[in-house]
Design a protein around this ligand. Sequence first.
Ligand code: PGA
Length: 251
Amino acid sequence: MRQPLVAGNWKMNGSLASVRELLAGLKAGIAEVKVAEVAVCPPAVFIPEVQGQLSGTPISWGGQDLSVHESGAYTGEIAGSMLTDFGCKYVIIGHSERRTYHGETDQLVAEKFTAARKAGLVPLFCIGETQEEREGGITEEVVARQIDAVIEHCGVDMLGEGVIAYEPVWAIGTGLTASPEQAQDIHAFIRGRVAQNSAAVAEGLRILYGGSMKPDNAAELLAKADIDGGLIGGASLKAEDFLGICTAANE
Ligand code: PGA
C-alpha cells in the first residue's frame, strides 16, 4: 500500500510572522491527520524556522528547488547538502514555474533529480502539460517525455526513490482543477509508462496530483486508485485549508 503524501508548496509567499502563525496552526491540527504523510516546502530562508518548529512533529519539510552543483561560485543557488543540513527530507524539482520562468529543461531537471538523491533528499518531481498541449492532444506525449528524461538520466530505480507530482499547468493557481477522472487517466498513464521500465517501481511509486486542490475537491481526487496524494499551492498557506486536504485522505 502506498501511503498518501500531502505536500504544501508555499512558493514565494509569507513573512516570518505569517510563517509562525501557519506553523502554529499546523501543529495544533496535525493530530487529526490519520493516514497521510504531511510535508511543507517553504521559501528557503524560512527553513531554519520551520525546522525549529516542526522537529519532533510528524510533519516533514523540504526545499522548492536545488542546484545541480554541490558547492562553489554559483551566486544565488542552494546546494542539496544545505537543505539536508537543515533537516529537509524533500525537494521540489521541475515545477512548471521553474520550467517556465527559469528555462529549466527536461535535461536540467533530470540532473537536479540526481543531485537531490546524492544529497539524500527525496525529489518531488513535477510534470504536466500546458493548456495548449492539452488542447493539441499531446498530454500523454508531454508527460512521457518528461518522465523518460529522468529515467534515461537516472535509471528507473532512482526514479522510484522519488515522488512524481502530476500538475497540469492550466490547473495551477487558476481555480480550474482536473476532474478526478481526467487526473486518474493521466496518473494511470504515468504509472504505466514507468511500468514499461519496472513494474515493481511503478507499483510502489507515489504519484501526487497538483493544481487547485482544495478541501472541497480533495476527497474525490484522493479516492482514485492512482492518485497518492497532493502537491498543494494556494491552499497550503492557510492551516485550516491545508489540514482539510490532509484529513480528506483519512477516508
Ligand atoms: P495551486 O498550486 O494549488 O495553487 O494550484 C499547485 C502547485 O503549483 O504546486
